[in-house]
Design a protein around this ligand. Structure first.
Ligand SMILES: [Cu+2]
Length: 224
């Protein structure tokens, strides 16, 4: 679909297809509804000497404009379920995924990576510099996301990943990157006066480079 940033994750294709279909369906409905509105505005405008007729509803018309959009929404709900399931429900196994902890606060992103014990949230975790995130390409990544203050939203457009971070409610999200590069992480939930500067630099790199970066983090942490 033209106009979207390029997608570099396994879910990007299905998400963009959904985007296109929903845009077409709602676009046609929009043109139709606005067209009828404008036609009626012109056709039934005030004219000298013409009296308004009073009607008391029309069951057939009312039922139609309720049932047709209802069926369209139901159809879209069924149509999108496979992609929703793939993106939000069918998580890969944590044992074969790269785990990353991401903590959002006003107004920065803090990423942590499992240390030698392979577990997140333990004393040997490796902390990345503020607003710096690295992810391996070709490997499922599971992010354990949390917020320490207000609601933020973890949004990496090229990965087609967006997830609210709600204080007190840790949540998981997952993706698999298909291509390396440097991209942007933005907060997509107005979270205070500094919201505009709440951005992170995301580096997607092959697993060997990613491992090298973890070693660098460990060395820096040991040197502190
Ligand atoms: Cu924020």
């Amino acid at each position: 679909m033209g106009g979207l940033v390029p997608g570099v994750s396994t879910i990007a294709g299905p998400i963009d297809r959904l985007f296109t279909v929903v845009l077409i369906v709602t676009g046609v409905a929009f043109v139709l509804v606005e067209g009828i509105l404008i036609t009626f505005l012109v056709r039934y405008r005030h004219r000298e000497g013409r009296r308004a007729t009073f009607i008391h509803g029309n069951r057939t018309v009312e039922a139609t404009w309720t049932i047709v959009p209802g069926l369209m929404l139901f159809g879209l709900a069924v149509f999108q379920y496979g992609t929703w399931r793939q993106a939000k429900i069918a998580f890969p196994d944590e044992s074969r995924a790269q785990l990353v902890g991401v903590s959002a606060n006003q107004f920065e992103w803090n990423a942590t990576y499992p240390g030698p014990d392979g577990l997140l949230g333990t004393a040997d975790d490796l902390a990345a510099p503020i607003n710096v995130l690295h992810f391996p390409v070709g490997v499922p990544v599971i992010v354990h996301l949390q917020s320490t203050d207000v609601i933020h939203s973890f949004f990496i457009p090229v990965l087609r990943v967006k997830q609210d971070a709600v204080p007190g409610r840790p949540v998981r999200l997952w993706f698999q990157a298909t291509q390396g590069g440097e991209y942007e992480l933005a907060c997509a939930e107005l979270c205070g006066l500094g919201h505009y500067r709440m951005r992170g630099l995301v580096t997607l790199e092959d697993p060997a480079a990613f491992e090298g970066w973890l070693v660098e983090l460990a060395a820096r942490q040991a040197g502190e």
